[in-house]
Design a protein around this ligand. Structure first.
Ligand code: 9WN
Length: 458
């Protein structure tokens, strides 16, 4: 028998029990033997940061799968430490997702077959996820703890290598922050935060004639990135691929290198989670180093990505040195960092509560000309970023706000379903209807563990 049967915690009321069961069902449907797919139709492979969000929820209903999913992802880690943003399922046809394995054309490495993954990354949320799965097992005290400890010990050096890749090879701006080389690396793919930097990327629309978009066959064109943006995405993949996925001289050789506040806040948070993991593994020297690194990353974010005029965090183009003019939800996520100076915490909360956002936060500024209620990351509400924002509130002791946000997220999913994203005005569910991370994070929100291990009070 499974040590944690998929049943709701005793304290939840009936609608919550219903939501719990439906979330657990989504995760069952999307399990593919040794990994979870984000959704069956639109995303038929394994995605990196999805795996982390999903593990947080699987901890409640099937922790063995949480560890298996993380393991499947890290088995595809490159020798240089990068964790690919997609691990391709060999059982899925090339045409089922574009750009697929053939387009990325990744060579064989470390005993793995060629074309097994992409060559770009996504936000490094996995240390936090691993820590959360472990914490849940430890709280239950059951037989799961020793498995969890073994899984942590296996993951730890791999998580460290992932951080080192990002902090060393990806420090394109020499500022102590990681740069992303493609909007897909942010996970917030089509955010207006990239518009200005993408303006410098050539858009060859002819590429789309040679390589037709698969997403438009399974999703509404008005919800997805435009052809112009897609042509740039494909061009960026081609350029990085043709350079052998090398990160040397990035700002000269590659037309897109951007420091994202959300990506780097997750990078800093990962160091804090690694400190906790190192503590469990008895590596006290390591734990201290991770905490120092988290402080350095926080200081670099506060220095490099803060716009003193608007008092907001913005993405910085590492090639031009310019801060993006767009105010996006990514600018709220430095709240996750416990050492963020108090005046920045206040400014983030003011921005979050303002008419530009409101809670749950839309993906971009409601008052901006680029705001679009349906288009990918340009307006709709995502559960995963709001979940991160809520963590930030808890880290800074903002319990009332965090509770309000928790309830608002659950209400949204309960009323509309486990959608990929939601209309920021009507709440209508958009994108994939049975989306894994929405379901997984619902489980976590229902279980209401409102005390992150490294809050200020801890
Ligand atoms: C490209 C899988 C992924 C998420 C991203 C989301 C979307 C892919 C796409 O889906 O990106 O990686 O095809 O649009 O933007 O955050 O990880 O769920």
């Amino acid at each position: 028998m499974h040590p944690y049967p998929p049943s709701p915690p005793v304290a939840v009321s009936d609608p919550s029990a219903e939501l719990w069961q439906s979330a657990a069902r989504v995760l069952d449907t999307n399990w593919s033997g040794d990994h979870m797919v984000p959704s069956r139709r639109l995303y038929p492979h394994q995605w990196s940061w999805d795996t982390a969000f999903i593990a947080v929820g699987l901890a409640f209903v099937n922790p063995a799968r949480a560890w298996r999913d993380l393991r499947s992802l890290f088995e595809a880690q490159w020798p240089d430490g990068r964790v690919p943003h997609i691990v391709f399922d060999p059982a899925t046809a090339e045409d089922d997702y574009f750009p697929g394995p053939g387009f990325w054309n990744v060579p064989a490495y470390a005993g793995r077959r060629a074309r097994g993954s992409t060559g770009i990354v996504q936000p490094p949320l996995h240390a936090l996820a691993a820590w959360e799965v472990y914490r849940h097992a430890a709280a239950h005290g059951a037989g799961g703890v020793s498995e969890a400890r073994t899984a942590l010990a296996w993951l730890y050096p791999r998580l460290v290598a992932q951080q080192e890749y990002l902090t060393d090879r990806r420090d394109a701006g020499g500022s102590g922050l990681a740069s992303i080389v493609h909007p897909w690396e942010s996970g917030l793919d089509n955010s207006p935060a990239w518009d200005e930097a993408l303006g410098n990327v050539p858009a060859d629309l002819a590429l789309l004639e040679r390589f037709p978009r698969r997403d438009l066959a399974v999703a509404h064109a008005a919800h997805r990135p435009t052809d112009l943006d897609y042509a740039r995405y494909i061009g960026l993949v081609r350029n990085y691929r043709d350079g052998g996925y090398s990160d040397t001289d990035l700002t000269q050789r590659h037309p897109f290198a951007v420091e994202c506040p959300a990506f780097n806040s997750i990078l800093g948070t990962a160091e804090l989670a690694l400190a906790q993991i190192a503590g469990v593994l008895g590596l006290t020297g390591d734990a201290r180093r991770h905490r120092d690194r988290a402080r350095d990353i926080t200081a670099a974010i506060a220095r490099r990505l803060w716009d003193p005029v608007t008092r907001t965090f913005r993405a910085r183009d590492a090639r031009t040195g310019r801060l993006s003019p767009a105010r996006c939800v990514s600018g709220l996520l430095p709240l996750m960092l416990p050492d963020l100076p108090a005046d920045r915490v206040t400014a983030i909360m003011e921005e979050a509560r303002s008419e530009r956002f409101g809670l749950p936060a839309p993906s971009a500024d409601r008052t901006a000309a680029t705001f679009d209620t349906r288009r990918y990351w340009r307006g709709p509400v995502w559960i995963n970023v709001n979940w991160l924002l809520r963590r930030g509130m808890l880290v800074h002791g903002l319990r009332g706000e965090a509770e309000e946000l928790r309830r608002a997220m659950l209400r949204l999913v309960h009323e509309h379903g486990h959608y990929e994203y939601f209309h920021p005005e009507t709440g209508e569910g958009l994108g994939a209807p049975t989306f894994s991370w929405t379901a997984a994070l619902c489980l976590d929100l229902l279980a209401d563990r409102s005390a992150p291990a490294y809050s200020k009070a801890a």
